[in-house]
Design a protein around this ligand. Structure first.
Ligand SMILES: *Cc1c(COP(=O)(O)O)cnc(C)c1O
Length: 431
C-alpha cells in the first residue's frame, strides 16, 4: 500500500501541530506506522490522500451511524448553513432535538446542549456536586469521560482509594476528590463510599467503550443504583459513546436502571461538534440561569451542529429497526473474527452491543480494566497494520471500540472477515 503522500503530510503536520494530530489517538502511536491522511469519506468507505480506499470501522470514533455523507444529513446541513452559521440566540431546532432525546431516555426531563463530550461530563459533574452539596466523585478504572481535570484520574496505588492524576498538569489536590473503583466490582464501590463519606456523584460508562468494549453487568448497575440512593449520590450514565449506538435507548435498551443524569455526544451530533447532558428537573433546574450552577458556551446549540444531530436522531427514530440490522452485522463480523482466531489458534475475546463491537487478543474473559490490560498489544499492533494494508480501517488501539454503520452490508463484513483470516494467516507464518 502506497502511503507516500500521507507520510509527507504527517511530517509537515508535525512541524506545526504537536505530534501532527489534534487528538492523540490519531497518531497511531500504539500500532506504529503512519496514519493515513484522509481526503474524503463516502458511505462506509474512507479515502486517503494517496487514493487508497478503506472500509471504515471507526466512523469518526462513533458519531457516523449512517456512514459518511449521509444525504439527509448533508442536505439539512447545507440548508441550515444558508441561514447563518451561528446566532448566539435560541432557535427552534434546539428545542426539537432536546424533545427527541427526552422522549427516548427515561429519567431525563431537561437537557442542555454543549460542544463536546468533555464539556458534557465536566458540566454534569459540577451540577451533580451542586445538587448533592458533596465534593467527592467516584469514577471507574478504564472508563473515559473526556479530558477535564477531575476526570483525568486513575487508580493510583489501588482501586477504591483516592486516585492520582493520570496526566501531568492535573493538580494532586484535584484528584483527591476523585475516587476510583473497579468496573463490575460492587464491593470496590462500597469501599469508595465508606472511605469518603462525602460522595456526591458516581459517573460510569454503563457500556464501557474506552478500554475496548466492556459492558457493565446488569446486576452491577442495579446495585450501583441502590448504593447511590442509600448514600444520596447522583448517578450519571456517560452515554457519550453508547447513546444511540448500543441501542436506540443506549444502555436502557438492555436494562431498566434509571440514572439521575445522562451525558450524550457522538451520534447526537451526526458528525458535528455537539454533545449534551440531561437529567431530572430537580437537578437540571439548578443550572444557570434558573439556578446558581454556572455553565455556558458561545457556540452551544450551534444551528449547523443541531441540524446534523436532529436529522440523525429523527432518522433513527423513524427507523428504529436499523439496530437489529446493525447488531446482526456486528455479530457476523465478530463471529467471523472468532472462527478465524480458532482456526489459527489465536486467543481472542469478542463482544457486541448493537452497532458497537470489540475484540481482545486475550485468552480470558474481560470484565474490567485490569483484565483488558492483560491483552496482547503487540499482536494487536501487527493485526492492525495487516488489516490497514488490506484496506480495513480499524481503531488504532487494542483499547477502543469498533463501529458498524448503516452503509455496511453482509458483503462488506465478509470482506473484512476474509482480510482478518489472511492477516492471521500471515502473522502465523511470520510474514
Ligand atoms: C468520546 C467520549 C467522551 C469525550 O467526548 P469528546 O467529544 O471527545 O470530548 C466522554 N465520554 C465517553 C464515554 C466517550 O466515549
Amino acid at each position: 500500500m502506497n502511503l507516500l503522500h500521507s507520510i509527507n503530510d504527517f511530517n509537515e503536520a508535525k512541524q506545526v501541530i504537536p505530534g501532527g494530530v489534534n487528538s492523540p489517538v490519531r497518531a497511531f502511536k500504539s500500532v506504529g506506522g503512519t496514519p493515513p491522511f484522509i481526503s474524503k469519506g463516502e458511505g462506509c468507505y474512507l479515502f486517503d490522500v494517496d487514493g487508497n480506499r478503506y472500509i471504515d470501522f471507526v466512523q469518526s470514533w462513533g458519531p457516523l451511524i449512517f456512514g459518511h455523507c449521509d444525504s439527509d444529513i448533508t442536505e439539512n446541513v447545507s440548508k441550515a448553513i444558508k441561514n447563518g452559521l451561528s446566532f448566539g440566540a435560541p432557535t427552534e431546532l434546539e428545542t426539537a432535538l432536546c424533545k427527541e432525546i427526552i422522549s427516548l431516555y427515561e429519567g431525563i426531563e431537561k437537557i442542555r446542549l454543549v460542544n463536546s463530550g468533555t464539556e458534557a461530563t465536566m458540566s454534569a459533574i459540577r451540577l451533580a456536586r451542586g445538587y448533592s452539596k458533596k465534593d467527592d466523585i467516584i469514577k471507574f478504572e478504564g472508563n473515559y469521560h473526556g479530558h477535564s481535570d477531575s476526570l483525568l484520574v486513575s487508580a493510583g496505588s489501588g482501586c477504591a482509594t483516592f486516585g492520582s492524576p493520570s496526566s501531568p498538569g492535573v493538580p494532586e489536590d484535584f484528584s483527591k476528590h476523585t475516587l476510583v473503583a473497579r468496573y463490575n466490582d460492587i464491593e470496590s464501590v462500597k469501599s469508595c463510599f465508606k472511605n469518603s463519606r462525602n460522595v456526591g456523584c458516581v459517573i460510569i460508562e454503563p457500556i464501557a467503550g474506552n478500554m475496548g468494549l466492556v459492558p457493565a453487568k446488569i446486576e452491577f448497575l442495579k446495585e450501583l443504583r441502590k448504593l447511590c440512593d442509600s448514600y444520596g449520590a447522583v448517578l450519571i450514565f456517560d452515554e457519550v459513546m453508547s447513546g444511540f449506538r448500543a441501542s436506540i435507548k443506549g444502555v436502557q435498551g438492555y436494562c431498566d436502571v434509571v440514572p439521575d443524569m445522562v451525558t450524550f455526544g457522538k451520534v447526537i451530533g451526526g458528525g458535528m461538534p455537539l454533545a449534551a447532558f440531561g437529567g431530572k428537573d430537580e437537578i437540571m433546574n439548578l443550572l444557570s440561569p434558573l439556578g446558581g450552577v454556572y455553565q455556558a458556551g458561545t457556540l452551544s446549540g450551534n444551528p449547523i451542529a443541531v441540524s446534523a444531530g436532529l436529522t440523525s436522531v429523527c432518522k433513527i427514530k423513524k427507523n428504529p429497526h436499523i439496530y437489529t440490522t446493525l447488531e446482526a452485522l456486528s455479530k457476523r463480523l465478530m463471529e467471523g473474527f472468532s472462527k478465524n482466531a480458532m482456526r489459527y489458534s489465536i486467543p481472542l475475546q469478542t463482544c457486541v452491543r448493537g452497532s458497537m463491537f470489540g475484540f481482545f487478543f486475550n485468552p480470558n474473559e474481560i470484565h474490567n480494566f485490569e483484565d483488558a490490560q492483560k491483552s496482547d498489544v503487540e499482536m494487536f499492533a501487527k493485526f492492525h497494520q495487516k488489516m490497514l494494508s488490506k484496506g480495513i480501517y480499524l481503531a488504532c488501539s487494542q483499547f477502543e471500540t469498533g463501529f458498524i454503520c448503516t452503509a455496511m452490508n453482509e458483503t462488506i463484513i465478509d470482506e473484512a472477515i476474509e482480510a482478518c483470516r489472511s492477516s492471521f494467516d500471515e502473522i502465523n507464518r511470520g510474514i
